[in-house]
Design a protein around this ligand. Structure first.
Ligand code: AHM
Ligand code: MG
Length: 339
């Protein structure tokens, strides 16, 4: 083993000095649950070929998407590992129709939203996928949760992060005080701090969007993408990279800079990605790394969802790139108003 600085995620959580001890203990305990769910999911993915875990489960979810066997394994792992921490008040999962209750006597102070296995269309061909989570403090003072505990601004989040099941397994996390990346060392079964204070470049050179949808895009998205691809005035055209797993595309954007986009278009008028467990948690990470995340006009963290599975258009990444995209959107809006 050749680590020079062995800080495990557990130790790092307990030494987060900007919070009081009680909060640190609650958060460390909650994160134990999240780490455990990520390790179970990681193992299931790595062993899927031997244990017939690839393929469909034969049911559809609330979004009318085909559910894969691994989606169910990951969802159960998150629900069980989180409930058993006794720190969770209620949960929202991409895979469940309604808010998930926690039995009385086992409930705690945090509201958790998660996408247990994001990018699952990529699973069967061995392309990187991930898990995403957001953490909010509960609002209801009594034992029963209500929608007001979950239909809230992204800015109310106190932690968020993702696990990336790639060539290495990583957990990237913010507690509102910067972004930190931990890599799973399989030899000891621990997430070890490998990426301190992750920051995103002010301007990148990569754009990431499903270009197959370009016939459905509005003029502002079309003009913006044409602009960054052009070599007018001697500028270097941006490179295109699109994995189709949001966690992987956002992780690359965080490390290399650029912009990740899933716009609204005439086929998906609200975009595709869901606010509570995809857009908001990753927007928190990107902002904490010094980048920007916007729906084209408003910072995503300032949006308030109307239902738990609400979708939102999203543009996130280097602040220069996202600001320029917003300019194209504003010009397009002004043009359509003046017609
Ligand atoms: P999923 O949570 O059901 O896997 O769907 C979300 C995924 C994102 O990871 C990714 O950015 C997007 O869907 C890709 O969608 P598309 O295939 O339309 O480009
Ligand atoms: Mg998803």
């Amino acid at each position: 083993m050749s680590h020079t600085n062995l800080i495990t995620l557990n130790r790092w959580l307990l030494s987060e000095t900007h919070k009081d001890l009680a909060h640190r203990l609650e958060m460390a305990n909650l994160m134990q649950g999240i780490q455990l769910a990520c390790k179970i999911t990681n193992n299931a993915i790595k062993r899927a070929g031997f244990e017939q875990l690839f393929g469909l489960a034969g049911i559809t979810n609330v979004h009318s998407e085909d559910v894969k066997k691994l989606d169910i394994i990951a969802n159960d792992a998150f629900k069980m590992a989180l409930k058993s921490t006794r720190e969770v008040f209620c949960m929202v999962s991409e895979e469940e129709d309604s808010i998930i209750p926690v039995p009385e006597g086992q409930s705690g102070n945090f509201v958790i939203t998660f996408d247990p296995l994001d990018g699952s269309s990529n699973l069967d061909c061995n392309v990187s996928v991930g898990s995403i989570f957001g953490v909010w403090p509960k609002i209801s003072s009594d034992k029963n949760f209500s929608e007001k505990d979950v239909l809230r601004k992204g800015r109310d989040m106190i932690a968020s992060g993702y696990a990336l099941y790639g060539s290495a397994t990583m957990l990237v996390l913010t507690l509102g005080n910067g972004v930190f990346g931990f890599t799973l060392d399989n030899t000891v079964g621990e997430f070890i701090l490998t990426h301190s204070h992750m920051t995103i470049k002010h301007k990148g050179q990569i754009y990431s969007i499903n270009e197959g949808n370009s016939v459905y895009w509005d003029k502002s998205t079309q003009n913006y993408v044409n602009h960054i691809k052009s070599n007018e005035g001697g500028k270097t055209p941006y490179s295109s990279r699109y994995i189709g797993s949001m966690v992987s595309d956002v992780h690359r954007t965080l490390l290399y800079g650029g912009i990740f986009m899933y716009p609204a278009d005439s086929k998906s008028p609200q975009g595709k990605l869901r606010f509570l467990y995809e857009v908001a948690p990753l927007s928190f990470i990107v902002e904490q790394a010094g980048g920007k995340s916007s729906d084209g006009k408003t910072a995503c963290l300032d949006l308030v969802p109307k239902n738990i599975h609400q979708r939102n258009p999203v543009f996130m990444g280097s602040s220069h790139d996202v600001s320029l995209l917003e300019k194209f959107h504003a010009e397009h809006t002004n043009e359509s108003h003046s017609k």
